[in-house]
Design a protein around this ligand. Structure first.
Ligand code: NCD
Length: 346
């Protein structure tokens, strides 16, 4: 099948092309993960987290993927996702190399990105990719699958489209935070900010929608409300949805507040400048409106949408959320290379 025909198949039909021998091989979209797989990954991440507390645990983890090498191809700005993948590779012993600026590689000499990726696949066993073009990572995975050597691809953020590993660490944080209070099901989640252009929210809602009796409140300025295609998809999964532009009104009734920054890098003509983002920001005085056992998340980086004093509140989970990214990404790598069973040997 050529790529044009491939793109004509529905996104659901395409999920099978990310699998090998009934196992996830490429990580492209959150729709690939079901609750069973999520719980398996969370269990692996829990074990990794415990093992990193002991020197012999760290040594053991490093032995698991010592025979594998990973290329981190990040041509869209990134600090934490890049470092988190780097740190995760180091945790499980993978060697890494990176391209962050194509102008320093042979692409500058006129080499196509297709050829560049083909070179990487000859040297490496996995490619983690962040590129500003939506769908580009999937195209590259397709391209290599039809070449002599294919390697697993992990989407590290594809434009406004998706960011599946961010969604994994978000859900892993919700899962851990609520595990002693009956789990993530049956709860009310607020997503706040630029919901139209932020890929983190686009991604995590698909994971969350698979759990029972989940309610979502989308708090955003009209111009940046959640896209209609997502609302439709959520309604099909029978998620109860509400839209609002009043954060203070929403805060008392939710178990989780997921804050996001304005994504003004996607502005065509200063649309962000028209918005009073203070209305979609958390200040110390808002904390008293919130439930005592609720949590605050943010994919980071933040600007002013969470006042730094909020960090001192025990409900602020975003720094923990960031650390969880290391464990869940390391877990994903052990899973993809089918090595997680070896954790039992420790
Ligand atoms: C997010 C992203 O890049 O989509 N950040 C991240 O990966 N940690 C969120 C954002 O940039 O606002």
């Amino acid at each position: 099948m050529n790529y044009e025909d491939y793109l004509k198949t529905s996104p659901e039909d395409r999920l099978k092309y990310y699998q090998r021998d009934d196992r996830m091989y490429h990580v492209m979209r959150t729709q690939q993960f079901d609750v069973t797989l999520l719980e398996e990954l969370f269990e692996i991440a829990n074990q990794i987290k415990l093992m990193t507390r002991k020197p012999n645990g760290i040594d053991f983890l490093k032995s698991l993927l010592r025979h594998k090498k990973s290329m981190l191809y990040f041509t869209q700005p990134s600090t934490r996702t890049f470092l988190s993948f780097l740190g995760a590779c180091q945790l499980v012993g993978m060697d890494t190399a990176e391209v962050r600026d194509p102008s320093l590689s042979s692409e500058y000499k006129g080499e196509s990105q297709e050829d560049a990726i083909r070179v990487f696949s000859s040297y490496f066993d996995m490619i983690v990719m962040r590129d500003p073009k939506p769908g580009f990572c999937e195209y590259m995975a397709y391209y290599l699958d039809h070449s002599a050597r294919s390697v697993p691809f992990i989407n590290g953020g594809s434009g406004k489209d998706q960011h599946p590993t961010q969604a994994l660490l978000d859900l892993y944080t919700m899962y851990r935070s609520f595990q002693d209070q009956g789990g993530v099901s049956g709860r009310r989640y607020a997503f706040v900010g630029d919901l139209l252009r932020g890929r983190a929210v686009r991604s995590v809602i698909f994971l969350l929608s698979q759990f029972d009796d989940v309610e979502m409140v989308f708090v955003a300025p009209d111009a940046f409300q959640i896209a209609p295609d997502l609302v439709q998809a959520l309604e099909q999964s029978r998620v109860k949805i509400q839209k609002s532009d009043n954060l203070k009104e929403v805060l008392p009734d939710v178990d989780c507040v997921y804050m996001t920054r304005i994504q003004d890098e996607y502005d065509m003509s200063n649309e962000s400048g028209q918005i009073n983002y203070d209305l979609f920001s958390l200040f110390p005085e808002d904390l008293k409106l919130m439930k005592a056992d609720s949590i605050i998340l943010h994919p980071l980086p933040r600007r002013s949408e969470i006042h730094p004093e909020v960090d001192l509140d025990p409900r602020a989970m975003y720094w923990r959320q960031l650390r969880n990214g290391l464990y869940i990404r390391a877990a994903l790598m052990l899973y993809i290379f089918n090595q997680s069973h070896r954790l039992q040997e420790y």
